[in-house]
Design a protein around this ligand. Sequence first.
Ligand SMILES: [Zn+2]
Length: 267
Amino acid sequence: MDAKLQKLKEKIQDADLVLVGLGEECQYDWNALLQDERYREIEEETGNDERYIWIAPFLQKMILCRGREERWDKAYHILREMLEGKNYFIVSLCMDDYLYGAGFDAAKLVSPCGGFRMMQCAKNCAGELSDMPKESYEAVLRYYRGELPLSALEEPVCSLCGEKLRFNQLGVEKYAEEGYLEQWGSYTKWLQGTVNKKLCLLELGAGMAYPGIIRFPFEKVVYYNKKAFLYRVHPQLYQAGEEIADRSSGIAENPIDFLLSFENYST
Ligand SMILES: [Zn+2]
């Protein structure tokens, strides 16, 4: 472990609280889907047909459920080791749900962009989320395996108003914030408890997609809390503001590679 990593490790160990921000650079690379021959076939078959747009997210969910990829799995494992025994909170912009099922305390996570865990009415007619209809998922799996023709697939709809059902993710026509607001409340409460405490902020790959969720607020926290220290890891946008130059450190690296460089963290 080089000196910079060693320093970071000490900062985390020394901190009373650790705040982690997982940015868009941590997101699972959907291009990996294109390596799947059957997926490419399906893309060709469904083409740009509006009627079949809903199938792709189900396939994404399938890929995510089928096998967690080693690269991401390892990175999250290392992050968990880093936070072992610490009072932490993780804010994530990733929609791949890798964070869930990586052994973290679910009460300490918030993902404001949503993911594949719940579904919602495209129009959010009732302000409620719903479980994914298993029969729709099963049908897509069977289609993927070549056991059902495309024409047999039926798009799931909202049981209340008949609108399309979508995964609860930012980008849906009317995103149901109900999916994360309660956890967001826990997060802001947790943040209030960091005032004047030794806080280490670890910002991993948060760029300019949604700077208002991680980047800007993290800087603000460090600006006001003189005992806070920010590590900003990003391949390009690793610089922090001048006002917090003495209490921050920029690391120009891909955040997943960065985590992987901590292999054997606990030894
Ligand atoms: Zn509805």
